[in-house]
Design a binder for this molecule. Structure first.
Ligand code: FES
Length: 533
């Protein structure tokens, strides 16, 4: 391998890259991994790189391929865990980006508990189309508009060509950038480096090299990953997610990371933080600006500084460079009042993520009140057995105003893989009925989803959750302020409907999907894989 034997005495740092050439999200990670390697060498260590898979949600969205998305989180985590066990690295740098790669790396680090630093490869710029800023979210909503004849196919094709102008994670504050803020709040990355846009080659390269140096220093200091994945760190991350109007997936992933780190943490604890934390960043899809604008306004450092000042984030928490979170952000820019707000005059007084429980979700469900002012809804169920069936129903105009669209058998086991319903929600928005219908599903939502949409319903239908026996016309009531999700049926009626009920046969009986279905736990537990009892 051409390695000078003299270099084998220093720390050996594994560099896990989640690069794939199949999508823009992680496209710059190879260069960054090389720069990490430079940093490791500069600090006297030896870098050995390897790669994992990665799945782009926005290429698999609305297709059977989306079932691979959440499953890829487990495969990436397993890959990193196995490489660390096999090669016994002294430390690790994980280069991550697209949605699942960030929690996957954190889950692996929680398991192996080695000294480690994360490098986030950075957001993509927004595109420009016909004098306006556009992202992948506009493409999905344009698909809905095209289906309803509100936009021509040529216009849609043209928009698609301009919406994603280069390398980097999706430009809005969708799941990937939500997790970028989370890693800064955890302190497991150099605070402030994550949201530097992917095309800022010099700055990104410097940040990657810095991470390499730090990984060696962490090995020398004997500081391991769980130091940054304890309960305090995870609660800090939730505050950051809430304060920036982050994605529902952030909650799912924090629960999964907590499970791997053996930190007790519940859905209600996380959504409780969201309730108490003002939203102080005006970011798409809930607001106006993109991740690159947040970076320009001081990035997550400006947000964290405010959160520390208000006691929402514990500023005494450590970060990988040895400073506390408070010290690492004390000189961050003041809120500009446009992208980043003060706690006293926030963008919104409380977070958008809420847990709902009731006879339709005894183990809980998750709603993000995003891009809508509605807080409650009561209406008749329109039941669909899959995402495709629901999308077809919306496209065929079968959905009436006021309906509650129930999409079931899309949960972690039922899908399998807990698909995101972005194509459905975007079709609903594109069709102009986003403000009058609600979607309730045991699947997930994309970070780009907006409207009143309830996901993560647990237990899921395929595991005998009440969603399985809802029928067309049943009345479903959602109340965000009360935290309730109920179907207006009494316990006896629900029990009677389960007599003779069987889940549909599994879609896959061999391979990764079959294994995943057998082992995956509830969304209320982060949908992690657990060994059979
Ligand atoms: Fe990869 Fe959005 S699909 S970051």
């Amino acid at each position: 391998m051409g390695i000078d034997p003299a270099r084998l005495g220093g720390p050996i740092i594994g560099i896990a890259s989640t690069w794939t050439g199949t999508m823009p999200c992680n496209l710059n990670q190879r260069e960054l991994a090389d720069r990490v390697s430079d940093g490791v060498s500069e600090a006297g260590g030896l870098a050995l790189g390897f790669n994992t898979i990665a799945v782009s949600d926005n290429q698999s969205q609305g297709t059977p391929g989306m079932r691979a998305s959440l499953i890829s989180r487990e495969v990436i985590a397993d890959s990193i865990e196995l490489m660390v066990h096999a090669h016994d690295f002294d430390g690790l740098v994980c280069v991550v980006g697209c949605d699942k790669t960030v929690p996957a790396a954190l889950m692996a680090l929680a398991r192996v508990d080695k000294p480690a630093v994360l490098v986030y490869n950075g957001p993509m710029r927004a595109g420009r189309w016909r004098e306006r800023e556009v992202t992948i979210q506009d493409v999905w909503e344009a698909v809905g508009a095209e289906e309803r004849g509100l936009m021509s196919r040529d216009e849609l094709d043209e928009l698609e060509r301009f919406a994603c102008p280069g390398a980097g994670t999706c430009a809005g504050h969708f799941t990937a950038n939500t997790m970028a803020v989370a890693i800064d709040c955890l302190g497991i990355a150099c605070v402030g480096d994550a949201l530097v846009p992917a095309d800022e080659h010099e700055l990104k390269g410097e940040a990657a090299a810095r991470a390499g140096v730090l990984a060696v220093h962490l090995v020398e200091r004997g500081v391991t990953a769980r130091r940054f994945l304890d309960r305090r760190a995870l609660l800090n991350a939730m505050a950051g997610i809430a304060a920036t109007g982050g994605s529902t997936n952030g909650v799912l992933h924090l629960l999964a990371i907590a499970h791997e780190a053996r930190v007790p943490l519940t859905l209600e604890e996380l959504t409780g933080i969201a309730r108490r934390t003002p939203v102080i960043a005006n970011l798409a899809p809930s607001g106006r600006w993109m991740a690159e604008d947040l970076h320009r306004a001081g990035g997550s450092r400006a947000v964290i500084r405010e959160l520390v000042r208000g006691g929402h984030v514990d500023g005494e928490a450590p970060t990988v460079d040895g400073r506390t979170l408070g010290n690492a952000t004390v000189d961050a820019p003041q809120p500009d009042g446009e992208v980043v707000y003060t706690l006293e005059e926030p963008f919104k007084p409380s977070g958008a993520l809420h847990a709902l429980r009731g006879n339709l979700a005894p183990e809980g469900s998750l709603v993000k009140v995003s891009g809508t002012t509605r807080r409650s809804h009561r209406g008749p169920a329109r039941v669909f057995e899959s995402e495709e069936a629901c999308t077809d129903g919306v496209r065929a105009g079968l959905v009436a105003e006021g309906d509650v669209l129930v999409v079931r058998y899309e949960g972690p086991a039922g899908g399998p893989g807990m698909r995101e319903m972005l194509s459905v929600t975007a079709s609903v928005i594109g069709a102009g009925i986003g403000e009058s219908v609600v979607l309730v599903t045991d699947g997930r939502f994309s970070g780009a989803t907006r409207g009143l949409m309830v996901g993560h319903v647990a237990p899921e239908a395929a595991r005998g959750g009440p969603l399985a026996v809802v029928q067309d016309g049943d009345v479903i009531a959602i109340d965000v302020d009360e935290g309730t999700l109920v179907v207006e049926l009494d316990d006896r009626e629900l029990a009677e409907r389960f007599v003779g009920w069987q889940p549909p046969p599994p879609r896959y009986d061999i391979g990764v999907f079959a294994r995943y279905r057998a082992l995956v736990s509830s969304a209320s537990n982060g949908a992690v894989l657990v060994p059979p009892a």
